[in-house]
Design a protein around this ligand. Structure first.
Ligand code: S3P
Length: 199
């Protein structure tokens, strides 16, 4: 007779106890990966750019053109503050939003931030041929992205969790990396975002 085999244990489902905010440069995949991540954990997903467009009833290029970037940044700060109302959700924010000190402080107080970190090649490829990003619509997009990496990456580095993403990964694979990184973060801190019921 053969020995009884141990029953494989399925990990308990992960439960989000704090909002997760995805930050990163244009083309990092915040919206597509964020929405996949939210599906996997079973929580709502929000995107600050979409909410700004809805509130203004204008597209982002239209807001930049009619009112200028400072006006867009004011709206962005207000919309993110409204969205971070405490309920567990995944929130993707526009690439410039984390550069605002007030927004950074709010995220630090109310959420766990995840920087989706991509190299220049990935960002250039993923933003190519799209026209909905005013900052990339003039000049050489590669140069603009390179300059933004230089100014923003040191600030993005303040995120609670850093996850690398690159061309060739599916959204689900990157979302899986985020879940693993959030679980690791949760083991190191009392302010984690993901909990498993068996822990
Ligand atoms: C911006 C990024 C965009 C959008 C706006 C400005 C930025 O969002 O908010 O065009 O300053 O990096 P994505 O990062 O989602 O493309």
């Amino acid at each position: 007779m053969s020995e009884p085999q141990p029953t494989p244990t399925t990990p308990a489902p992960a439960r989000l106890v704090r909002p997760v905010v995805l930050i990163g440069l244009m083309g990092a995949g915040k919206s597509s990966v964020g929405s996949r991540l939210a599906d996997l954990i079973g929580v709502p997903f929000a995107d600050s750019d979409k909410e700004i467009e809805r509130a203004a009833n204008l597209t982002i290029p239209e807001i930049f053109e009619r009112y200028g970037e400072p006006h867009f940044r004011d709206g962005e700060r207000r919309v993110i503050a409204r969205l971070l109302d405490g309920r567990p959700q995944v929130l993707a924010i526009g690439g410039g939003a984390f550069m605002d000190p007030e927004t950074r402080a709010l995220i630090a107080a109310r959420a766990v931030s995840v920087w989706l970190k991509a190299d220049l090649h990935t960002l250039v490829q993923r933003t190519a041929g799209r026209s909905h990003r005013p900052l990339l619509n003039q000049g050489d997009p590669r140069r603009t992205l390179e300059q933004l990496m230089a100014t923003r990456y040191p600030v993005y580095a303040q995120a609670d969790v850093v996850v690398d993403t690159e061309l060739g990964l599916t959204h689900a694979q990157t979302a899986g990396r985020i879940i693993a990184a959030l679980e690791e973060h949760g083991r190191r801190t009392a302010r984690g975002a993901l909990e498993r019921e068996d822990e």
